[in-house]
Each structure stands twice: as structure tokens, then as C-alpha cells.
Write a protein that binds this ligand. Structure first.
Ligand code: DGJ
Length: 723
């Protein structure tokens, strides 16, 4: 009996010695994994920071970190492929792991091999310590003698312990993007998918919040954020069957996307970033915002200019005099940049509406006789920088480009073309290297020929409606959704390699291209074509779940608003736009004298709060989704010495009761001097203006906002300075 016990213990010790448990940590979070000879990589824990000492012995590893389909695993999986001999299964075993130091964390690469087939699967994790972000992606290498087909290929997986678990995600449509949806995770499955092909963020977003302690709270409760960094179709899934865990997967959508992988080639999935915080949704957002500013958007450390965009001011009515006038106007308002939007190009076909000319990127000399040089001269005279609009990976069938290269557009074989915007817009085939060269040249010609050109707005206005590539071979057509995105990304990369300092805005009919696959190449994005300040409160609120203020193009437009017809006073419009990257998008000449003077003052004030808004930590205080009357948010500088507070009255009723608004993120032991900015009517200046109040009271007791009953859209902006 004694002997038997000894033997049994010895066996356990041997197995334990072969197992390698390891913890991947950031400053405040940890992921625990187990790599064991002969077995697939396991995941055991993700959450608050832990060390090996927190565990007594070696608890059993419990779930595959990157579940694959076929043998012994009859739950949903990350990877299912077809080997060159037709076999549909995988069975992975751990081979080795490497660890590499980076500037802000580490990269871990854990290699697994199929037990029979020469297919390797390397699961990678990269930490960004200070932002508490762990990115994961997978590299699948085909060492078989012929191609294999990836039928389903997620970026990563995370088991979430069952309980009172909720998700929050963004959904919407053109001109009403990023509405927040919150729901409890129940049995069965839920998924968020996008199959637009060209823009992926109008209707849904490739990001998710997972709240672990019941209904999502802004500043409390454990929360996991997940961000899929991909500029194409995607699927985020939460599957709950008979296990103790909800299974979360995210990756490229496999719909019509069986990916043929040649022998000797590696397929690298997009990154999936996780972050964990015990400070609720807000904590997760702040981590993601920091990570974005540290490299997931271009120039995240550079303050953004205040601009005027010509679109809602003149639409296609571009001419030299008009542009010069707008430049002068934005300069006299204190702005720093002017962007000429759509309508400036075309020779054979004039671009006077959205039905023609995309692809013919030559200046329309009838509208702009002195070309871009002339406009640059005018901008110098006015004392503002100059930017321009393009849409390089699209064409209209009425264009010189299409006439010359009809084989450059996506077509569903011999079927008639389906058209997007304007009834004539189609996508160029970005899988074709010649088309990639063309799109690159559009940008290269502009930045190369006009070194003073400071900014490009890069638009995308049509979904992929013709599924088929004239370039890809017949047996590779199902690679289209993926190869289109990879081809476009090559162009983005080339542009950034050659022009690392230029400012580029991502636009996709508004917020259609807001995703972290594209954003590393762009400084900012156009949040929505809807500039109605009331609706923007909701849209910007949702967008801020995953994107920092510095990246959010927020423009003051005219009243009544062109999208909604709503009349909103200029103060409210400025106060809403000032909570992100402030700009204007209207004909300044249409403002009356009071509005013009107010705009000038508000731009001046924005310069004073700009760094706090653009680089500070954001705290969402009162959600417009929970409160029909009020929305409020604030930004606090890193050292907690400055803050900016925004509050918006969303509707007007007689005798309205507003909650006391509790601030957040301040130093509770410090005193803050409050100054109200953007005041229109001195009689309605807040009682708080000029007061010095402790951080403790501001955060624990909260402040009384007091709006006048008669003000339909009232708002308050306070600057707080630590004394
Ligand atoms: C769609 C964009 O979202 C607008 O801001 C504007 O640039 C138009 N395209 C121009 O066609």
C-alpha cells in the first residue's frame, strides 16, 4: 500500500514537472496559461494581477487557450481547417515558447503542432504594461505539400465564468452610429457580425465590453474589454452551452471567406486586444484610450488642430474664391486648418454630385484655375494649414479611370454590376497589386507634389456589393474579403512609410471606418455624417467606449441641422463638439454677428482646454442612455491638476429635476477652482463659477447644475484647476 502511494506521487510529480504554468501580466492584470508536453495550450485565469505565489500548488488547467475543431473537442472552436488530403480535423500539442522584451511589455509566442499533419499554430500574446492591454493573435503555417483551406480562423478566445455577466456593444447605421446596447448573457449564443466588406463600423463595431458583476456600471465592477483590430468583416461570438463558462471568440467572419493557404505560407490573424479593469466600463475605456494614444492611432501624442471642413458649408460647390473665403473665415475665428472636401477634381467628367469622377484625381481647372498650388498659397496668406478629400479605392462607372480600366473593379463574374453611392460607385479590386499601386499613387501624388499639403481626409462610401475579383484566380475567389483588406492595408502601410508625419483622417460615410485595424494609419476619424448636436451626444458617448477624444472628429455645423432639421443654439453645438477634436463644418458667412463672436470665443477657450480633452482620462458621469434629461462627462489631466467638465440638458420640461452630478477622477484631497466657459448669457452663469471646491465634495456629494426652464438645449462647461 505504502509503495503504491509513493509510485502515484512520483507520477504526479513527473507530470507536474513537465507542465509549465506561466503568468502573462501587465501592471494591473494577469493571464495565466499552462503549456504541457503532448497537450494543447490551456488558459486558466484572466483578471486582476496575480503571481505564482497566489496559488497553492498547481490547480488543474481547464480549457484550451485556442480551441481547435475535430478531436475530443465538441464545443465551439477558434480554428477549423481542411488539410490537403481533405481531413477536416486538428489535434494540437505544445512544442515550445519564446519570450521577447519590447519597449512597453513582452511578446510571448507559444508554438503548437498538429499531432499528425505538418501544420503549426503559434498563439501569440503581447503585453502593453502601462495600459493593461494583452493582445493576442495566431499564426497558422501550412507545411503540407499542397494548399490547406482555413474554414474558420478566429484571432482568439476567452472563457468568461458564468454569473451575472453582461455585454455592452455598439450598433447603429449611417448617420446614427455607435448606439450603446447592453444585454445580459444568457444560455445559447449571441454574435456581432459585419459583412459590409469595405467599411465595418456603421451597423456594428468590432469591440465588446463584458461586465462580470451584473449590470454594467461606469466606474465600478469588474469588466473585460475586447477589441478586434481588423478593417474588414468580423464576428464576435459569446456561446454558452452546458459548461461553467461563457465562451467568447472573435475574429474575421468566416462567411464566404474560406481562406486558401498555399504550402509554405503563414496566415496571421488580426490582433484581438483584451483589457481588464475593476473600475467598470470607464476603467476599460481609459485603458483602451491610453493604448490607442500610445500607437493604435497615428500621432497619439500630438495635439490636434481646430479645423473647418467645407462639406456641409458648400457640398460640391467648390471654387477658388469660396475656398479662399472659408480659409480666411476659419483663420479669423482662430482655427488652424482648412479642409477642402469632395468636388475639387475631374477633367473629362466634373464632380458636381456623387454620380461621377471618382478615380480621376486631377484638379478641376474650371473650379480651381490655379490648382492646389493656388489653394496652398491662399492658405498661407490666411495663416491656416490646408487639407484635401480623397476616396482612392473607389471609382464611378462614369469616370476616365473606369473607361480605361474596367477590369480594375470588383465584379461578380459575368453578372451586371451593382452600384453603391450615386448609383454608379464601385470598389476597385484591392487584391490587385496594380490597383494598390494606383491607390498609393493618388496619395503619393498629392503629398509628393505638394509638400505643404498637411492633411488628407480619406473617405469610403460604398459597401462591397459585387463579390468577385477579376485578379484572384478562380479557385481563390473565397479569399476576396480577406485579401481585399490586406491589399488596402498594404497601401496604408506604404503611405505611412513615406509620409509618417502627415495628418490623415479615416472616414467611411461618417463612422464606417472606425476600427483599430485601420486606425494605426490614421490620426482621427469622422465620427458620423450626422452633425446634429443632440444626436451627437449619443453617438459620441458610444464611440468613446472604445475610442479616445483625440481621435474623434466633432464638428459644429449650421442650424437648422441638415440631417435632422433641428434648431440648436450655437453654444450647445460648440459644447458638444468641444468634448473631442473640435472642428467646424458650415459656411461661416452664414453665422450672424453674435454667433461669429461666440464661435471665436469658444475656439479660444477650446485652445485652453484642448490638452486636457485630448490627452486626459475620460470619465463618463451621466449617461444619456439611462437619463432622458441629462448627459455629462469629464476629462482629467494625468497629474489630476486640470479637468474639464461637460453637461448637456437633453430635453426641456417645466420643473425638471436633475440629479446631483458626481465628478470622478479628481484628487479628493485637493481644492479645485471652477471657471465656467462658453457662457452666452451672464444672467445664467453657474453659481459654481469662481468657486473653489474640494475634489472630495465634487466627487462624493456632486454638483447642482441648475438650468433655466426656458432653455431648450442648455449646457455647461467647467474648467477646473487644482489650487
Ligand atoms: C461622406 C463623408 O462622410 C462626408 O463627410 C463627405 O466627405 C462626403 N462623403 C463627401 O462626398
Amino acid at each position: 500500500m505504502k509503495k503504491l502511494t509513493f509510485l502515484l506521487l512520483a507520477l504526479v510529480a513527473t507530470v507536474a514537472a513537465q507542465a509549465k504554468d506561466f503568468i502573462i501580466s501587465t501592471n494591473n492584470s494577469s493571464l495565466m496559461l499552462t503549456a504541457m508536453e503532448g497537450e494543447a495550450l490551456k488558459v486558466r485565469y484572466y483578471g486582476d494581477k496575480i503571481t505564482m505565489q497566489d496559488f497553492d500548488g498547481t490547480p488543474k488547467a481547464w480549457m484550451d487557450a485556442y480551441p481547435v475543431f475535430g478531436t475530443s473537442y465538441n464545443y465551439p472552436s477558434c480554428l477549423q481547417l481542411q488539410h490537403s488530403d481533405g481531413n477536416q480535423t486538428l489535434a494540437l500539442e505544445y512544442k515550445n515558447m519564446t519570450e521577447q522584451q519590447t519597449a512597453d511589455g513582452k511578446i510571448y509566442r507559444i508554438e503548437m503542432q498538429d499531432k499528425i499533419y505538418p501544420v503549426s499554430v503559434i498563439v501569440c500574446y503581447q503585453t502593453h504594461d502601462a495600459q493593461d492591454i494583452i493582445e493576442t493573435w495566431t499564426e497558422i503555417t501550412n507545411n503540407e505539400k499542397k494548399e490547406i483551406i482555413l474554414n474558420h480562423y478566429d484571432s482568439g478566445f476567452m472563457p468568461i465564468r458564468r454569473g451575472d455577466v453582461w455585454t455592452s456593444h455598439l450598433h447603429g447605421t449611417w448617420a446614427d452610429e455607435t448606439r450603446v446596447t447592453t444585454e445580459k448573457v444568457e444560455m445559447g449564443g449571441m454574435y456581432i457580425a459585419n459583412t459590409d466588406g469595405a467599411r465595418n463600423a456603421h451597423t456594428t463595431h468590432p469591440e465588446l465590453m463584458i461586465s462580470l458583476d451584473g449590470k454594467p456600471q461606469e466606474n465600478s465592477g469588474r469588466c473585460i474589454g475586447a477589441v478586434l483590430c481588423w478593417n474588414g468583416n468580423y464576428k464576435l461570438r459569446m456561446e454558452t452551452t452546458d459548461q461553467d463558462y461563457h465562451l467568447f471568440f472573435a475574429g474575421i467572419d468566416d462567411f464566404a471567406s474560406q481562406y486558401h493557404l498555399d504550402k509554405g505560407k503563414t496566415f496571421t490573424t488580426p490582433k484581438l486586444a483584451f483589457t481588464y479593469s475593476d473600475k467598470g466600463l470607464g476603467g476599460v475605456s481609459r485603458n483602451i484610450h491610453k493604448w490607442a494614444r500610445k500607437g493604435m492611432i497615428a500621432h497619439g501624442d500630438r495635439k490636434r488642430d481646430i479645423l473647418l471642413n467645407s462639406w456641409e458649408g458648400v457640398y460640391f460647390n467648390i471654387n477658388e474664391e469660396g475656398m479662399a473665403g472659408m480659409m480666411k473665415d476659419i483663420a479669423s475665428l482662430g482655427g488652424e486648418l482648412f479642409v477642402m472636401d469632395d468636388g475639387w477634381f475631374g477633367d473629362k467628367y466634373q464632380r458636381n454630385d456623387d454620380c461621377t469622377t471618382l478615380g480621376d484625381w486631377v484638379v478641376d481647372k474650371k473650379k480651381l484655375p490655379h490648382g492646389i498650388e493656388g489653394l496652398l498659397e491662399q492658405s498661407k496668406k490666411a495663416g491656416v494649414k490646408f487639407g484635401i478629400w480623397i476616396e482612392p479605392e473607389f471609382t464611378n462607372t462614369k469616370s476616365e479611370l473606369f473607361e480605361k480600366h474596367p477590369d480594375w473593379v470588383l465584379t461578380a463574374g459575368g453578372r451586371p454590376l451593382q452600384y453603391g453611392r450615386g448609383g454608379t460607385q464601385v470598389l476597385l479590386d484591392m487584391t490587385n497589386p496594380k490597383v494598390q499601386d494606383f491607390a498609393f499613387k493618388v496619395v503619393d501624388d498629392l503629398f509628393g507634389n505638394f509638400p505643404d499639403l498637411y492633411y488628407i481626409k480619406w473617405d469610403a462610401n460604398t459597401p462591397m456589393e459585387n463579390y468577385g475579383s477579376p485578379y484572384l484566380p478562380k479557385d481563390r475567389q473565397s479569399n476576396l474579403y480577406v485579401d481585399y483588406v490586406l491589399g488596402l492595408e498594404k497601401v496604408f502601410k506604404r503611405v505611412r512609410e513615406k509620409y509618417p508625419d502627415k495628418v490623415i483622417q479615416a472616414c467611411g460615410s461618417g463612422g464606417g471606418r472606425t476600427n483599430y485595424g485601420a486606425m494605426p494609419y490614421f490620426d482621427e476619424f469622422w465620427v458620423s455624417d450626422n452633425t446634429d448636436a443632440l444626436q451627437r451626444v449619443f453617438i459620441q458617448w458610444g464611440t468613446s467606449y472604445f475610442y479616445p477624444a483625440i481621435s474623434m472628429g466633432q464638428h459644429v455645423s449650421t442650424s437648422p441641422n441638415h440631417n435632422t432639421g433641428r434648431n440648436i443654439p450655437i453654444k450647445f453645438r460648440f459644447d458638444v463638439a468641444s468634448s473631442g477634436r473640435l472642428g467646424m463644418e458650415m459656411q461661416p458667412k452664414e453665422m450672424n454677428k453674435e454667433e461669429f463672436e461666440f464661435a471665436k470665443k469658444a475656439i479660444q477657450e477650446y485652445k485652453g482646454i484642448r490638452e486636457t480633452v485630448q490627452f486626459g482620462d475620460q470619465y463618463r458621469l451621466v449617461s444619456p442612455y439611462d437619463n432622458p434629461d441629462l448627459a455629462s462627462l469629464m476629462y482629467v489631466s494625468e497629474g489630476k491638476d486640470k479637468a474639464v467638465f461637460f453637461a448637456y440638458k437633453l430635453r426641456s420640461f417645466k420643473i425638471q429635476r436633475f440629479p446631483l452630478v458626481r465628478m470622478a477622477g479628481l484628487d479628493e484631497n485637493a481644492m479645485y477652482k471652477i471657471r465656467e466657459i462658453n457662457v452666452v448669457n451672464e444672467k445664467r452663469r453657474s453659481y459654481l463659477d469662481g468657486k473653489t471646491v474640494s475634489g472630495r465634495v465634487l466627487m462624493n456629494t456632486g454638483i447642482e447644475l441648475k438650468f433655466d426652464d426656458y432653455d431648450e438645449f442648455a449646457s455647461r462647461v467647467f474648467e477646473l484647476i487644482k489650487q
